[in-house]
Design a binder for this molecule. Structure first.
Ligand code: ATP
Ligand code: MG
Length: 200
């Protein structure tokens, strides 16, 4: 069933906050028609960051393989051929990055929310994120520079990768009472079948 109440987890990372992009990022999702149902500012702990990324137990091998593939696609040599080693490096650097300051944790709701938010956010590596996406419009980092400097890729924002990840991440960051069910007037325009409440 297609749900109009699909939810996804989004975080403005510490660099997004330092670059005064909270409002701009929220605006992108609001403009698209999504509904904000939870929001708070937190300074994450190392434990929270590890739990967050390891909601997918294969995080290290997936992120490692994705990085290696991206190097090869550009005709460049990856720092290692072993996805697990690359993934462990990413997880370690992510702890430093994500705990360096406050983040803004958010839950957004709407039809196909997970998929649409990922599109609005853009690809992981800002060097190759599409122009028109948040990462493609506001930041310029690359795997190569991040790996040379032994740090995480700074890409402003996190968004759940799929519906399963979204459910687990929302549960990790928000209690039930922090997520609010309410109606938005614009939802009639987005979802109402007959649009029969407009003309007088
Ligand atoms: P996110 O999960 O943050 O929304 P994503 O799903 O696009 O991003 P993942 O593959 O899940 O990307 O990687 C998580 C995060 O780890 C990235 O957003 C980035 O900050 C960092 N990262 C990924 N690969 C590397 C790498 N090779 N070197 C440094 N940092 C990396
Ligand atoms: Mg991810």
């Amino acid at each position: 069933m297609t749900s109009k109440k699909e939810r996804t987890f989004v975080a403005v990372k510490p660099d997004g906050i330092q670059r005064n992009l909270i409002g701009e990022i929220i605006k992108r999702f609001e403009n698209r028609g999504l509904k904000l149902v939870g929001i708070k500012m937190v300074v994450p702990t190392d434990e929270q960051i590890e739990a967050h990324y390891l909601v997918n137990p294969d995080f290290k091998t997936i992120v490692g393989a994705k990085t290696i593939e991206s190097y090869k696609k550009k005709g460049e040599n990856p720092p290692t051929e072993d996805p697990e080693t690359q993934g462990q490096f990413v997880l370690d650097t992510l702890k430093k990055y994500m705990a360096s300051g406050p983040i803004v944790a958010m839950c957004w709701e709407g039809v196909h929310a997970v998929e649409i938010v990922r599109k609005v956010v853009g690809g992981t590596e800002p060097r190759s994120s599409d122009v028109g996406t948040i990462r493609g419009d506001y930041v310029i980092d690359s795997y190569q520079l991040a790996d040379t400097d032994q740090r995480a890729v700074r890409n402003l924002i996190h968004a759940s990768g799929d519906k399963g990840e979204a459910e687990k991440e929302i549960e990790l960051w928000f209690s039930k009472s922090e997520l609010i069910d309410y109606r938005l007037v614009q939802e009639q325009m987005l979802y109402d079948v007959n649009l029969d409440g407009i003309l007088e």
